[in-house]
Ligand binder design. Structure first.
Ligand code: ARG
Length: 487
């Protein structure tokens, strides 16, 4: 290791403790790409000779092939991915040539460059899975703009809604998550490479050139900030945490609705498990796991914030802890999105049961108060009267399904409503149809919302494709320059 200043070797315990190989494994190909771009730049700027650049690039290409074939083993004794890569190159082309690769860079800018490169690919993958989940919800919504279900506040029946309305509420939420993820992608995709240890370098480097070769949109210009900061990780984990909080709500509802008590949803068998002792069980494990994963992601967010708290400027070894939970979170959030989409599309929503539940109790009480208000009564008064009617029916163990009784109680309170009109007022389906404010639950409004969501998603998906393509093109361009240099 880099211990020339010291006479004693690093203790075995410390070697193991300080190795970042586990978290670095993921970034091997990024480290190679970054090194290729750096060497091409050094040669273009005349900082190293072209023939040396060629030899280093050849060695890096060999390493890349080994990695792709899974034939390269990282040596934990070498601390990190950067030292492993350099050791390989030096072994291939000798110290005199290989030792030039690290001119005008430091592991401090290298590690954060790799992290950003790996992270952006993960974000793109998550965005894609998120769109798939949104599309699954939209497909459910398209088939259910007329399917009545109870809407809740305080987990108590409130007003009737449709299944489409329920599903599109999540689309509406998730579309904000998609925006947050895209914004974190923008923060992530900036190049710190060439910042060197902390203060830039006296070599005439071209940082914009390497940034472009690596598919970055921009550079983090301030070198000290570039090596010190990890707020792009915090930002991503914050976006993921909010996403998970939304997914945990969706999961929680699926869990609740799949109980025998609700009986609204029957989850697809592929996403449930049985019990080792209770033969009747069909547990909504997929949703429970997603709900549980939320805690893990919040943990990673708090971890990343805590690592940065009060940390002085410049690289500090604390920063090595920044990726320990990160990769795991990214992979699992992506899987969670796919699992939820699979669970939802294989679930059966029980139309009859939903309608039956919506008809129970007093979910159209607000409709009755609204009717009285339209007939000229102040809303507060109408609210009070309706509430009395509801109270009386409830005390007698009745609800709006007992039409005759309801009529009787209304008459007692001197509320005159024609029977046909009352039927219409108390009918949950008609209540949904009558709603007409912006963003309400009526079938027509929900159809309009679905169209708008679809349109928004088409735009977002095309933007995602562009960003993905930019990375692909950047890789191809680097390959082309390598081929040209190697002749
Ligand atoms: N292994 C380190 C990390 O993961 C790389 C940077 C090391 N820099 C240093 N000055 N020790 O963060």
């Amino acid at each position: 290791m880099l211990r020339k200043r010291f006479s004693r070797e690093v203790s075995e315990l410390m070697k193991d403790f300080s190795s970042s190989i586990e978290a670095d494994k993921e970034m091997l190909l990024d480290d190679i790409w970054g090194s290729q771009a750096h060497v091409i730049m050094l040669s273009k700027q005349g900082i190293i000779e072209c023939k040396d650049a060629k030899n280093i690039l050849k060695a890096l290409e060999t390493l890349r092939e080994y990695c792709i074939q899974g034939r390269f083993e990282l040596d934990p004794a070498l601390e990190d991915v950067h030292m492993n890569l350099e050791r390989f190159v030096v072994k291939e082309v000798g110290e005199n040539v290989g030792g030039r690769m690290h001119t005008a860079r430091s592991r401090n800018d290298q590690v954060v460059t790799d992290t950003r490169m790996k992270l952006r690919v993960h974000i793109l993958g998550i965005e894609e899975s998120l769109f798939d989940l949104e599309k699954t919800l939209i497909r459910i919504a398209e088939k259910s703009t007329e399917k009545i279900m109870p809407g809740y506040t305080h987990t108590q029946q409130a007003q009737p809604i449709t299944l489409a309305y329920w599903a599109t509420a999540y689309v509406s939420m998730l579309s904000r998550d998609a925006k947050r993820l895209k914004n974190s992608y923008i923060s992530v995709n900036k190049s710190p490479l060439g910042a060197c240890a902390l203060a830039g370098t006296s070599f005439q480097t071209d940082r914009r050139f390497t940034a472009k070769l690596l598919g970055f949109d921009d550079t983090v210009e301030h070198a000290l900030d570039a090596v010190s900061s990890r707020d792009f990780i915090v930002e991503t984990l914050a976006a993921l945490s909010i996403l998970m909080s939304n997914l945990s709500r969706l999961s929680g509802e699926l869990i609740l609705y799949s109980t025998i008590e609700y009986g609204i949803v029957e989850p697809g068998e592929g996403y449930t498990t049985g019990s080792s002792i209770m033969p009747q069980k069909k547990n909504p494990d997929a949703a429970e796991l997603v709900r549980g994963l939320t805690g893990h992601v919040y943990g990673a967010l708090i971890q990343s914030l805590t690592i940065l708290k009060s940390l002085p400027l410049g690289y500090n070894r604390d920063l090595q802890e920044d990726r320990v939970l990160l990769w795991n979170c990214l992979k699992r959030v992506n899987t969670a999105l796919q699992v939820l989409a699979g669970m939802l599309s294989s679930s059966k929503f029980k139309e009859d049961r939903m309608l039956e539940l919506a008809g129970r109790g007093f979910s159209t009480a607000t409709e009755l108060a609204n009717y009285l208000t339209e007939e000229g009564m102040p809303f507060r008064k109408a609210h009070e009267l309706t509430s009395r009617v509801v109270g009386e029916l409830h005390r007698k163990g009745r609800d709006f399904r007992d039409f005759e009784h309801t009529m009787g109680v209304l008459e007692k309170h001197r509320i005159k409503v024609d029977g046909r009109v009352l039927k219409d007022i108390l009918d949950p389906g008609r209540a949904v149809e009558r709603s007409r404010s912006l963003g309400c639950t009526s079938p027509n409004e929900v159809k309009r919302l679905i169209k708008a969501f679809r349109r928004g998603m088409t735009e977002s998906e095309s933007d995602l494709r562009k960003r993905k393509n930019k990375l692909k093109k950047a890789r191809e361009h680097t390959d082309k320059l390598i081929r040209e240099l190697l002749g």
